[in-house]
Ligand binder design. Structure first.
Ligand SMILES: C[S@@+](CC[C@H](N)C(=O)[O-])C[C@H]1O[C@@H](n2cnc3c(N)ncnc32)[C@H](O)[C@@H]1O
Length: 246
């Protein structure tokens, strides 16, 4: 398997030796932002331990969630396929996610904050990625949730947020005793089918980092985290899926 240009979302190159992943390219760089185009694992493997202050990210969800996903925010067109929402890019399984999250735990000096499939997050209570511990599961409740089409059960209406921290450091944040709960609308399809609300991500930047810190987003997508971290230094990784850079 390789990064394809067929209009079909590529799998996350699970099981592909790192040496065979095409080398990432720096697409943009200035004093405060670096954006790579390429598989995040190739960039992460070259990064030193503790070289960023915080990871704020949003990996793909499980295959189960991708298959069941319905979007109320429009369509993403890729090649001759019409893909909606989360199905515009490949899902990730627990093993592949664990490997990337363990790398995130190695390169951060403190927190890894990640919007994640709740099926994945709950497994981290008993079996967190290597080097990390799960300190809290937060929620984003949606003000415009997708209705339950079948009408036979409550709709989902929320997403899980994993607050993970390096095991060898004491946690601290700028939020004192406030709860890990955010409320807001989903972002309409534009540059990306699953962009996260800028205000929520900007809140995380303020709460989990300080001026001068570096924020990393290995699954940068449309770059919401990089925009949210405009008062910090930041690095993001974006991968080609099908014909689009998503
Ligand atoms: C949930 S989306 C992130 C959306 C982003 N938070 C935003 O606001 O635009 C996950 C992204 O990870 C990308 N992705 C998947 N595997 C990747 C990899 N190995 N390296 C870099 N990006 C990857 C997908 O193409 C998708 O754009």
């Amino acid at each position: 398997m390789s990064l394809s240009d067929t209009g079909t979302p590529t799998a996350l190159l699970v099981g592909i030796p790192l040496a065979e992943i095409p080398p990432p390219k720096v697409y943009y760089s200035d004093d405060s932002v670096t954006l790579y185009h390429g598989d995040c694992r190739a960039v992460l493997s070259d990064m030193a331990d503790g070289s960023v202050s915080c990871v704020i990210t949003d990996p793909p969800y499980s295959d189960r969630t991708h298959k069941n996903a319905r979007s109320n925010s429009g369509k993403a067109s890729k090649g001759n396929r019409i893909l909606t929402g989360v199905n515009a890019f490949a899902s990730i399984d627990l093993d592949a996610l664990g490997a990337v999250m363990a790398e995130c735990g190695r390169v951060t000096s403190r927190w890894v904050v990640a919007t994640m499939d709740y099926h994945h997050v709950f497994t981290y209570e008993d079996a967190p990625p290597e080097g990390l511990r799960l300190l809290r599961i937060g929620v984003w409740t949606k003000s415009n949730p997708m209705p339950q089409i079948s009408g036979d059960r409550p709709g989902q209406g929320w997403e899980a947020i994993a607050f993970l921290h390096r095991t060898d450091e004491r946690p601290a944040w700028n939020g004192n005793g406030r709860p890990g709960v955010w409320h807001g609308a989903t972002v309409p399809d534009g540059d990306h089918p699953t962009a996260k609300p800028l205000a929520m991500v900007a809140d995380w930047v303020r709460l989990f980092t300080d001026p001068g810190d570096t924020v990393l987003d290995p699954f940068a997508g449309s770059g919401t985290t990089l925009r949210a971290a405009k008062d910090r230094r930041s690095q993001g990784h974006r991968r080609r899926t099908g014909r689009a850079l998503l």
